[in-house]
Design a protein around this ligand. Structure first.
Ligand SMILES: Nc1ncnc2c1ncn2[C@@H]1O[C@H](COP(=O)(O)OP(=O)(O)OP(=O)(O)O)[C@@H](O)[C@H]1O
Ligand SMILES: [Mg+2]
Length: 352
């Protein structure tokens, strides 16, 4: 095989691993990555990525989280070879996208954000066509196996136009897998997918990851990132503002709320409770505290000393949404000073 031939049986594959080929530590590595979309006519030039550095460990299920317009698709499309970067370097499975383009391309499968499937083909035909495009010889094709993994085997011969939206999304994932890439990139895999199908898709994504595929997914759904990803990078205005293992990210706030619903509204915070600096609004008192300090017993003690009558009590943990808002608001204030346009409203849990 010529040296620059794409690797169609990538190293994630057990056979390739057994052949003693050394595996990269990081499935994807980008450094100093930048992208400026040129302006045209009435539109100004737009910097979509600014000095992005990321290392996505081999085997991980990595989430790229950020609001609309943050630059997620731009980053993914650069990796996929669909958008040309302005600055920086990117490597996929150790292959530089500029110098070893074909190998880099062969190591990645990308499911784009927009669904673009020819409605007149059947899933089996589509996968065969795609395999042909990647030069996978017919005897090495795993069309039915892939359809089966994605729960589409019974739809193999149906016209794609008769598939539901969720099935089409799964078919897009199948299409991205025909050349058995060790890195699979999913741009908003569950956008517009109902809760049940989303759970199913998550299951498939977990299975693929368990089989050794490194997965990079972008999402708006904090719940999705929290649930699925073992590492999360948060991107805002084209910059990475956090990149940590999910549990570390979640520990960041170390804060909790104790919400007390009173039997009657209060006009001011009783003296016994003042040291805890609760927030009072009518018949609700909210105490915020650091989890590590666990002052709950003291708060309850003070509540009973103060003589207020309590109807209900509940606690709330900080979640990814709090962390996200905290980080992006901070970054937003900074970027406003730097003259960057703010992106759309922050993530909204209600969308999930
Ligand atoms: N082809 C293009 N030409 C000009 N500007 C573009 C182009 N594609 C994207 N942009 C701009 O670059 C910025 C980043 O867009 P991108 O699509 O990467 O964001 P995103 O994080 O994927 O957003 P979303 O969550 O909405 O999918 C946005 O301001 C967008 O308007
Ligand atoms: Mg996008």
């Amino acid at each position: 095989m010529p040296k620059d031939q794409p690797q169609l049986m990538p190293a994630a594959h057990p056979a390739a691993a057994a052949s003693g080929e050394s595996l990269p530590v990081n499935a994807v590595e980008v450094s100093g990555l930048g992208k400026v979309y040129k302006g045209s006519g009435r539109t100004a030039a737009k910097r979509a990525l600014d000095d992005v550095g990321l290392e996505i460990p081999r085997g991980s299920l990595f989430g790229l989280l950020g609001p609309n317009g943050a630059g997620k698709s731009t980053l993914i499309n650069i990796l996929a070879g669909l958008v040309t970067k302005t600055e920086g370097t990117a490597k996929i499975w150790g292959y530089d996208i500029d110098r070893q383009t074909r190998q880099a391309r062969a190591a990645i499968g990308v499911v784009p954000q927009e669904l673009n499937i020819d409605p007149f083909f059947t899933p089996r035909e589509l996968l065969e066509l795609q395999a042909g495009l990647y030069g996978v010889p017919p005897r090495e094709r795993k069309t039915m196996e892939i359809l089966d993994i994605l729960g589409l085997a019974d739809k193999a011969e149906a016209y794609t136009r008769t598939l539901s939206g969720g099935m089409r999304r799964r078919l897009m994932v199948a299409k991205a897998m025909v050349h058995n890439p060790p890195v699979l990139v999913l741009d908003e895999p569950t956008a517009g997918v109902d809760i049940e199908l989303r759970q199913q898709l998550w299951g498939r994504v977990r299975d693929l990851n368990a089989l050794g595929t490194t997965i990079l997914l972008t999402t708006h759904y904090l719940e999705e990132a929290e649930e699925l990803c073992d590492e999360i990078a948060i991107i805002n205005h084209g910059r990475v503002i956090a990149c940590e293992p999910t549990p570390t990210l979640l520990r960041r706030l170390d804060s909790k709320e104790l919400q007390v619903h009173l039997c009657q509204p209060l006009e001011r915070v009783p003296e016994a409770l003042q040291p805890f600096e609760p927030e009072l609004s009518g018949d609700h008192l909210v105490f915020r505290y650091r989890t590590s300090q666990s002052p709950v017993a003291d708060i309850l003690d003070a509540l009973s000393r103060s003589g207020v009558r309590v109807q209900d009590i509940r606690t709330e943990e900080a979640d990814l949404e709090d962390i996200f808002l905290q980080l992006t608001r901070g970054a937003h204030r900074q970027s406003m000073g730097a003259g960057v346009t703010p992106s759309d409203a922050p993530l909204d849990k209600a969308r999930a």
